[in-house]
Design a protein around this ligand. Sequence first.
Ligand code: NAI
Ligand code: AKG
Length: 429
Amino acid sequence: MISTSLLPLETPTPAHICPFDQACSYLEQAARELKLDQGILATLSNPRKVVTVSIPVKRDDGEVQVLAGHRVQHCDILGPYKGGIRYHQAVTLREVSALAMLMTWKCALLGIPYGGAKGGIAINPKSYSVGELERITRRYTSELIKDIGPAVDIPAPDMGTSAREMAWIMDTYSVNVGHAVPGVVTGKPLSIGGSRGREMATGRGVMITVREALADLGKSLAGVRVAIQGFGNVGGAAALLLHQAGAKVIAVSTGTGGVFAQDGLDIPALQAYAAHNRRSIVGFPQAESITNSELLTLPCDVLIPAALENQITEENVHQVQATIVAEAANGPVTLQANQALAARGVTVLPDILTNAGGVVVSYLEWVQGLSYVFWDEERVNREMEQLMVRAYHQVIEQSQLRQIPLRLAAYTLGVGRVAQALSDRGLYP
Ligand SMILES: NC(=O)C1=CN([C@@H]2O[C@H](COP(=O)(O)OP(=O)(O)OC[C@H]3O[C@@H](n4cnc5c(N)ncnc54)[C@H](O)[C@@H]3O)[C@@H](O)[C@H]2O)C=CC1
Ligand SMILES: O=C(O)CCC(=O)C(=O)O
């Protein structure tokens, strides 16, 4: 394995699967397939910049806590760094670094002029008041003020963050530089230059990718049985759009458990229920309760993990019954599980393709902001769909041409474009 000097090693535990090591393994597979020069591989195996800041926050009860906030900038060869900010208790520097690397390949695969970055703070946002979250977000932004900006690094929402946090970041950045800078973040509210369609964009991209994959198998979305882990921004939107397109969403889950209905869940009713129950779906009347692990092994056509990394592992992969696994989350299938699924002929739609709808609409938001012209939702969705469908077909063609699985095909396209740019720019002679 190529060495990564900027990142601390994590204490390994028997069950621990390091997302950064996995991301490097996929990169190495792509490099072998592309016969990439070792120097380029070594360059791309390391994030360009790793920033960790301390965030002192006064809790509402007067206690002072000091949190660690990370921003990892993996590569900016193709344009400004781009990627979300995650608030989740399991955040680590190596996880953020893996997610930053995935952003580089994702943007290159989709043909949008960005590099890759990711940020994160290891907190459970549900344990903090809105006021505390605002203070944390503003201090995190102030600490990163020299590292972000519309031509430098453009954050967006990820797990545990939303348009609200993006508005706080935009405001803090703008106050620091002395004028309004909407382009410093994407995924912000419409009132300050957000794009129509961004909130549903990642889920819409998931629906489009699944639809295209089914079409290649001679099927349509109508009547297809789908199970979705995660009912947040991505899983919730994917569930609604798939339901509207005629699929039977038979199960969904959140961190506190899931629900199942043999004939398909009424997704709008479930969303209304979650909205009234602090995002929990447990106890939804027209369904049976299931656990998160049961959801992953249900008999269904399409399984969509839309929550965290490392959900389908060596332990449960043999029980997965779906014929398509669509990675709406980043890194939900481990390296070993991925190989086991491939050996069984299960189609795995890789994360850097399947969940790219979000960053594509972030790009469209940035373009609208730079041109001071804002589009209606129909145009945003149309332009996003074109880029998603183009990337999907490029991945399929690459897979057929090189006789490689879809993930490796997606990686060879993303990594190959970045390596070409690196060599053309002469940063690596
Ligand atoms: N928000 C975006 O635009 C994008 C998000 N993603 C990825 O999609 C995934 C989900 O992100 P969001 O939907 O934005 O987050 P979110 O915070 O809106 O929702 C996360 C959902 O996962 C559930 N969850 C948390 N822990 C769980 C567990 N252990 N088991 C089952 N469910 C669990 C939560 O209850 C919630 O329903 C992440 O991997 C993220 O990196 C990828 C591309 C863009
Ligand atoms: O919209 C963006 O800029 C980034 C979304 C993101 O974090 C992701 O695709 O994983």
